[in-house]
Design a binder for this molecule. Structure first.
Ligand code: UDP
Ligand code: MG
Length: 331
């Protein structure tokens, strides 16, 4: 059995050597072959030269893909999965927050017949605010989306070959992996591990990025928010008609006295706010459609261990049936 380890890296030069040593140490104790597929997500530090060294030192087993710029972790994982040749693939962060020794447990569970072996982190050592927002978010989102998302479950997991192929078959531009993994399904099992604190460098997640990521999760998986908007609109219309009826009756019964400026202003601004949100919501979906119809590739490869300046678009080309890239970069 060949096991592939996919590692997205963005500015990870301070841990990369240590990560590599730890992982290869663990993997050498597996029975079976392994390969490491590093994806350099447009790092601006010494990540790429380090990867070049590692690949040169162990050709065939250590591979890398380097993007032309930073395309984000989702794109990096996609590239890694496309390049991985293994019968099973483990996705792992480069910052040693995903303990490499867990690979053994994953492989053992995979041998028992599981297609997805998911490592679920406990939230110990996290800031209270982040734990709390995460918990609230998952409670809310599971009401709203069609797939089940679990708190603490991330990208650290083993995928069987057929799961990987299924994931690669999902060609959407807006990728929300947590949801895609759940959508694909197959036999899945989960075990918990203690989350390690990041040893070097900084997390690339800021509060704003997390907020956007949360919104992506909500919008990528269904159109229930649109449905909710319709219901909210209906509710407001009925409330408004009741109120209007009451005003008319009141005016007929006791004549018109004009105050009510405050009510009016509050109603107008509140409704304007609601409409703004709804328009924004629709805009979000239209924006997604816009990105989907452009059919741009998820990333551009600038270099791999197999050849410099290789513009490799094969997988995306296969999807869109567009031969342009093949003529640009005959392979
Ligand atoms: N990463 C990436 N591209 C990005 C951001 C992050 O490939 O644009 C990689 C990063 O190098 C790391 C993993 O994704 O291996 C997780 O990133 P990070 O540790 O910043 O996230 P956190 O662990 O805080 O969720
Ligand atoms: Mg991390």
């Amino acid at each position: 059995m060949l096991l592939s380890i996919v590692v997205p890296c963005f500015n990870e030069d301070d841990v990369l050597t240590r990560f590599h040593a730890r992982v290869t140490d663990e993997l050498s104790r597996l029975d079976g072959e392994f390969e490491l597929v590093y994806v350099d997500d447009g790092s601006r530090d010494r990540t790429l030269p380090l990867l070049q060294e590692l690949a040169a030192a162990d050709p065939g087993r250590i591979r890398y893909v380097s993007f032309s710029r930073n395309f984000g972790k989702e794109a990096a994982m996609l590239a890694g999965l496309r390049h991985a040749a293994g019968d099973a693939v483990v996705i792992m962060d480069a910052d040693l927050q995903h303990p490499p020794e867990l690979v053994h447990r994953m492989v053992a569970l995979h041998a028992e017949g599981y297609d997805q072996v998911v490592a679920r982190r406990t939230r110990e050592g996290d800031r209270v605010t982040r734990t709390l927002t995460a918990r609230l978010y998952y409670r809310a989102i599971n009401r709203l989306v069609d797939v089940e998302l679990v708190d603490g479950v991330g990208d650290f997991r083993l995928l069987s070959r057929r799961t990987v192929d299924a994931l690669l078959g999902l060609g959407e531009y807006n990728r929300f992996s947590k949801g895609l993994f759940a959508w694909v399904g197959f036999r899945t099992t989960t075990f918990s591990y203690e989350n390690a604190v990041r040893e070097e460098g900084r997390s690339k997640w800021t509060f704003g990025k997390l907020l956007n990521y949360g919104l992506d999760g909500l919008l990528s998986f269904n159109n229930k928010p649109l449905r909710a908007a319709v219901y909210l609109g209906l509710l407001l219309v009925s409330l408004a008609s009741l109120y209007a009826a009451w005003i008319v009756v009141d005016a007929l019964a006791s004549g018109v006295d004009t105050p009510g400026y405050v009510t009016l202003l509050v109603a107008v601004t509140a409704l304007a706010g609601v409409q703004m949100v709804m328009v924004g919501l629709i805009g979000e979906y239209v924006g997604r459609i816009y990105y989907e119809v452009k059919r741009r590739p998820h990333y551009l490869v600038q270099e791999t261990e197999a050849g410099q300046e290789e513009r490799e678009m094969r997988a995306d080309t296969r999807r869109s049936g567009d031969s342009l890239w093949e003529t640009v970069a005959p392979k």
